[in-house]
Design a protein around this ligand. Structure first.
Ligand SMILES: C[S@@+](CC[C@H](N)C(=O)[O-])C[C@H]1O[C@@H](n2cnc3c(N)ncnc32)[C@H](O)[C@@H]1O
Length: 153
């Protein structure tokens, strides 16, 4: 099972990605979210051009890149204008405080699932353990891997 396959199986229509870097994951996963795709990122110089190009290539009805620190209230408010999302992926800052903040702020915007990337990284792993884990996709033996928490409603 891939995350892309899981999103198709869940009939995902809208997708939020916190931390998009050069757009490598969003350019693929956006194909499983035809209605709305939003990313939050710092848009660092080293990745800005690639990410902007990736966003231009996405064919969803609504595509938006929100530039800013995901932990700031003004960033959360801008993203909330597009909420809810079927799937929210958290892959921004991997320090515990940052990932916990992202889960607190953007987790409630997810209708079907919250996905964490790099669940074997210490900060993410700590939160993943605290919340009781969930479905793990290709995490074994690496510092990467997705962790999926399904929403009940
Ligand atoms: C691991 S990379 C994302 C990789 C991407 N999801 C992929 O798989 O192709 C993390 C990204 O999050 C961004 N980032 C880190 N801390 C952030 C924060 N507090 N707010 C927004 N973006 C942040 C970084 O600049 C970087 O672009």
């Amino acid at each position: 099972m891939t995350l892309y396959g899981l999103m198709l199986a869940m009939e995902c229509k809208s997708y939020l990605e916190i931390g998009a870097s050069m757009g490598g994951s969003v350019i693929v996963l956006a194909d499983a979210a035809p209605k709305r795709v939003v990313v939050v990122d710092l848009f660092e110089d080293k990745s800005r051009r690639s990410l902007e190009t990736a966003l231009c290539m996405i064919k969803a009805d609504v595509v938006c890149g929100v530039e800013g620190d995901s932990t700031l209230a003004r960033t959360v408010e801008r993203v909330a204008e597009y909420a809810p999302f079927d799937v929210v992926m958290i892959d921004g800052g991997h320090a515990y405080d940052t990932v916990a903040s992202d889960f607190r702020n953007y987790g409630p915007m997810a209708r079907k699932a919250v996905v964490f990337h790099d669940i074997a990284q210490p900060g993410v792993k700590k939160l993943w353990t605290e919340i009781g884990g969930g479905l793990e996709i290709s995490a074994k033996g690496t510092t990467m891997g997705y962790g999926v928490v399904f929403k009940n409603d």
